[in-house]
Design a protein around this ligand. Structure first.
Ligand SMILES: [Zn+2]
Length: 337
């Protein structure tokens, strides 16, 4: 047991914040990772536990609870950011009690407050009793969005089991727009059991009505509509069309390009090519969907840099994707190096 503790500690001890940034063409470029999961082992749900445990290397996988708690805690996440040279990360609240579990707004607010110069957070909202408690839930969301360091909203229709075009939930977009807090949405299927795979929950085209109805609200389409269950493109063309048509649509590519879902990186490269050809590089925002396992945040960044380069993104375009677009849309500064 003691040996395991030492091993876990040693793999999460990274370099310090004086060497942040990643090197591209001989220049150091700041990076913001907008998609990181935090929480506690006991509350993240069985499916998430299995996922994390399945990705842990031997021997730390022998005690997945301890390792999982460590990697999901803010200290562990900041260590992973340090190792990757990532200046700032964004932690996501999750309310999906039937699938991937719960990380409350309060946990995210507390975790962000521990590292206010390294972490921001996205709040979420409980929708599983929406008919009965819509107004108090929207009030709770509003309160969370007014907390320090909370800069946007996270939703995942397939995990939370509500249709993308169900106007009963449009109050969420209304609150987000009113407070100028961008909304990040999972698009595409989910690899987790118990999620809703049908098009109204996964196909980004079902968001078009909401995107049109709330032009002041920023919609960030996560995972580019990737069919994570079958590991292939599904909603890429829809995502690119929506971004080309509507100025309030942004894109994020996590899941594509990861070692598990896209070993050669070709799916991610194809996504980047489609975005560049459509002239919407100014909408693409970087996120890893980490921390997952020790070293993942760094590894996924490296895989993204390779895909950006092979998709023909020049230095300025890569700067925009890695931090500039995020800073503009969330109204924050690009981190100084
Ligand atoms: Zn995620």
């Amino acid at each position: 047991m003691g040996q395991l503790l030492i091993l876990v500690a040693s793999v999460t001890t990274g370099c310090k914040a004086d060497s942040l940034g990643t090197e591209i063409d001989g220049e150091r470029v700041p990076v913001i990772d907008m998609h990181l999961h935090t929480g506690e082992w006991d509350s993240v749900g069985f499916a998430s536990q299995e996922f994390i445990a399945g990705n842990l290397p031997f021997p730390i996988n022998l005690n997945p609870e301890k390792s999982g708690n460590q990697i999901l805690a803010p200290e562990g996440i900041v260590d992973e950011l340090d190792k990757a040279g990532v200046s700032r990360g964004v932690l996501l609240a999750v309310y999906a009690p039937r699938t991937v579990g719960v990380t409350t707004n309060e946990q995210v607010i507390d975790n962000v407050a521990q590292f206010p110069d390294r972490l921001w957070g996205l709040a979420s909202v409980r929708v599983d009793r929406w008919n009965d408690d819509r107004e108090p839930q929207l009030a709770a969301l509003r309160e969370a969005l007014e907390s320090p360091g909370i800069i946007g909203v996270k939703l995942a229709h397939p995990h939370m089991h509500f249709r993308m075009d169900d106007s009963a939930y449009y109050g969420i977009y209304e609150v987000a727009g009113e407070l100028a807090k961008p909304v990040y949405l999972h698009t595409g299927t989910s690899p987790f059991p118990g999620t809703s795979p049908e098009p109204p929950y996964t196909d980004p085209r079902y968001l078009e009505d909401a995107i049109q109805s709330f032009p002041e609200t920023i919609f960030i389409l996560g995972h580019l509509g990737f069919d994570a269950a079958n590991k292939r493109h599904a909603g890429l063309a829809a995502c690119v069309d929506l971004a080309s048509t509507y100025p309030n649509v942004y894109l994020e590519a996590s899941a594509l390009g990861s070692k598990n879902s896209d070993p050669t990186g070709e799916i991610l490269r194809e996504g980047f090519v489609a975005i560049r050809e459509a002239g919407v590089v100014d909408r693409l925002i970087y996120g890893s969907d980490g921390p997952q396992s020790p070293g993942f945040v760094n590894d996924y960044l490296n895989r993204t840099l390779i895909a950006l380069d092979s998709a023909g993104y020049d230095l300025n375009e890569q700067r925009a994707v890695l931090a500039g677009n995020f800073a503009r849309v969330f109204g924050v500064e690009v981190p100084k190096l």
